[in-house]
Design a protein around this ligand. Sequence first.
Ligand code: GUN
Length: 296
Amino acid sequence: MSSPLIIDGRAIADKILGDCKARSAQLSAPRGRSPGLAVVLVGENPASRAYVRSKDKTCRELGFHSVKEELPEGTLQADLLALIARLNADARVDGILVQSPLPAPLDEGAVVRAIDPTKDVDGFHPLNVAKLALSDLSGFVPCTPLGCQRLLLEAGVEVAGAHVVVLGRSLIVGKSLALLLMQKGPGADATVTVAHSRSRDLRAITRSADVIVAAIGRANSLRADDVRDGAVVIDVGINRVDDPTDKRGYRLVGDVDFAGVAPKCRAITPVPGGVGPMTIAMLMANTLKSFAQRAV
Ligand code: GUN
């Protein structure tokens, strides 16, 4: 095999963010305001804190109005719902994202259902899930699946007619990506298999894939023997593994054993620098879409 294409998610995300910034400036001038995104964080989860910081920073770089709401661990459901109601009514806010996972005993489903679906830039509200299932383009599609689809498109990987195996069945990634790629149209028309921890003979499934998307949430889950020569591998995992040589004490790795799998691939995404930056770029794109759809 010749060496694989390492898909540069950061460069592709930067291009998308540049387009968002330009389009936002065009739309903002006549309206006298910029797109607004509110990000809600409850508790102290370090990974969640890092994601929220980076979403806020990207908003500012694009000239978006950024609202960061940080609530303490132990916040009551009623107080969180009151905050959502306030953000729903805030005309400067086009997008609302509540960082997942919420600490127990908060009811994440009830919180998502309380978000105005026209501001649900995460695409987790039942109305937006239904719109994705119905291929109604007016809704919001979750950012990570949207980012995976866009990466494949930008990297020149044709998924039409291809066998795409999605590992993981979460709404945030696996289930939504399957819905997206099985649709009719550009960047879709794939034959999709969703496999998970209970799938029998997983290796036979992954070895029959033209494209594998790993969204399992465990380091080193996909290994060289699981992949056939010439496959394309998209690694959605972001796992912290202890590393005393790193000044943070940990480093980030994906779900894929990159060193083992990459030599067999036609193309593969690295971690970090693959899907991660795309998720934030698509969040900004969804926020801009909400802004554009809102009555002036
Ligand atoms: N936690 C991990 N990924 C996501 C995401 O895309 N949206 C939200 N709200 N929380 C997350």
